[in-house]
Design a binder for this molecule. Structure first.
Ligand SMILES: Nc1ncnc2c1ncn2[C@@H]1O[C@H](COP(=O)(O)OP(=O)(O)OP(=O)(O)O)[C@@H](O)[C@H]1O
Ligand SMILES: [Mg+2]
Length: 304
C-alpha cells in the first residue's frame, strides 16, 4: 500500500482547484468536496468535519471506533486525519505507525509550539494520516493549566492542517481533563461509544454536562453526532438490556448499527492494522463499514 503524503495528493494550488467535486465511491453519494473554508496553503478548499470520539469511561471502544471509522473512510477514497490525544497512544500504534518513523507528536504541537503539520505522519493506509501521541502527553493535562488559551490549543494548532482533510477524527483519553476539553473545543461533532456492559450509562451525565459547558463557553457549534453501542454480545440478556436502556436515554442519537463483540476487532491492533485490513470479512469489519457509512451520510447532511 502506498503511504499518503502529509499534504495529500495536491501539491500545487492549480491541481487542487481543478478538482471541484468528487463522487462518493461505491455508495452513490455525491460529495461536494470543495467548500468555503480558507487558509489552505495548496489552494484546495475543503470543509473538514471534525469528530471527537469521547467517553471518559475507559475501555468502551473509543480507539477502536476512531481507528476503524477513519480507516473505512480512507479506504473509500476520503482524505482522513486521525489525531491521537491519548497518552496511551493506542490509535497511533493501532494504525500501524512505526515508532521509529515518529518525529513530532501531538505533545510537541500542543505544548512545545511545533507546527501541527510537522506532526502529521502518513499511515501505511492510503489517504489516512495520523497525528501521533506518545507517553509524553501524560503530563500535558497539568502543563496546560498554566498556558495561554489552554482550552483552545488543539483548535488553534489544527488551523492550516485540517483543511487538507474532509474528515478529522480525534481519539480522546479516558478522562474529562484539559486534553478532552481541547478536543471538544476543536471538534464540530462528538461520537460517544458506549459499551454494552454493566453500568453502561455510568458517568454519562457528567460527560453530557461537560459537552454542554464546552458548548456554552467555548464551542457553540459542538453537537453530539452519534452514540455508538459497542461490544454487544448477542448471547446475553445484559447486552440487550443495555441497548434498550441506552436507546431510551438517547433516542434517535443512537446509531442503528451496533458493534458486536468480535475477537478480530481485539486482535487487529496488535498487528497494527484496522480491522478492514486485518479481516475484512469479519463481523467487526462489517459493522465498522456500516458505521463509517452512517458517519458519511451524517456529514453529507450537515454540510448541505
Ligand atoms: N467490538 C469489540 N469486540 C471485541 N473487542 C473489542 C471491541 N471493541 C474494542 N475491543 C477491545 O476492547 C479493548 C478496549 O477498546 P478500546 O481501546 O477501543 O477502548 P477505549 O475506550 O479507547 O479505551 P481507553 O479508555 O483505555 O482509551 C481493546 O483491547 C479493544 O481491542
Ligand atoms: Mg483509547
Amino acid at each position: 500500500m502506498a503511504g499518503s503524503s502529509a499534504y495529500g495528493e495536491q501539491k500545487t494550488p492549480g491541481d487542487a482547484v481543478q478538482e471541484p467535486r468528487r463522487e462518493g465511491i461505491k455508495h452513490g453519494w455525491i460529495w461536494p468536496v470543495s467548500r468555503g473554508v480558507s487558509g489552505n496553503v495548496w489552494g484546495r478548499v475543503v470543509l473538514s468535519l471534525k469528530f471527537a470520539v469521547v467517553n471518559q469511561k475507559g475501555g468502551v471502544g473509543k480507539t477502536t471506533t476512531a481507528v476503524n471509522i477513519a480507516a473505512c473512510l480512507a479506504t473509500e477514497g476520503e482524505r482522513v486525519l486521525l489525531v491521537d490525544m491519548d497518552p496511551q497512544a493506542n490509535a497511533t500504534t493501532g494504525c500501524g505507525l512505526d515508532r521509529k518513523q515518529i518525529r513530532t507528536t501531538i505533545y510537541d504541537a500542543l505544548i512545545g509550539g511545533a507546527p501541527m503539520e510537522e506532526a502529521v505522519t502518513p499511515s501505511p493506509l492510503s489517504n489516512l494520516d495520523v497525528v501521533p501521541s506518545t507517553l509524553d502527553l501524560a503530563g500535558a493535562d497539568i502543563e496546560l493549566i498554566s498556558m495561554i488559551s489552554r482550552e483552545s490549543r488543539l483548535k488553534n494548532a489544527l488551523v492550516g492542517v485540517e483543511e487538507r482533510y474532509r474528515w478529522v477524527f480525534i481519539d480522546c483519553p479516558p478522562a474529562l481533563g484539559l486534553l478532552t476539553i481541547n478536543v471538544l473545543t476543536a471538534a464540530d461533532f462528538a461520537l460517544i461509544p458506549i459499551q454494552c456492559e454493566y453500568y453502561a450509562l455510568e458517568g454519562i451525565s457528567q460527560l453530557l454536562r461537560t459537552i454542554e459547558l464546552v458548548r456554552r463557553e467555548l464551542n457553540p457549534r459542538l453537537e453530539i453526532a452519534k452514540v455508538i453501542l459497542t461490544m454487544f454480545d448477542y448471547r446475553t440478556k445484559l447486552s440487550q438490556d443495555v441497548v434498550r436502556e441506552v436507546r431510551e436515554f438517547f433516542g434517535e442519537l443512537v446509531s442503528p448499527t451496533v458493534v458486536p463483540r468480535n475477537v478480530r476487532l481485539s486482535e487487529a491492533p496488535s498487528h497494527g492494522l484496522p480491522v478492514i485490513e486485518y479481516d475484512p470479512r469479519s463481523k467487526g469489519a462489517e459493522s465498522y463499514r456500516r458505521l463509517a457509512l452512517e458517519v458519511m451520510r451524517f456529514g453529507q447532511e450537515r454540510s448541505g
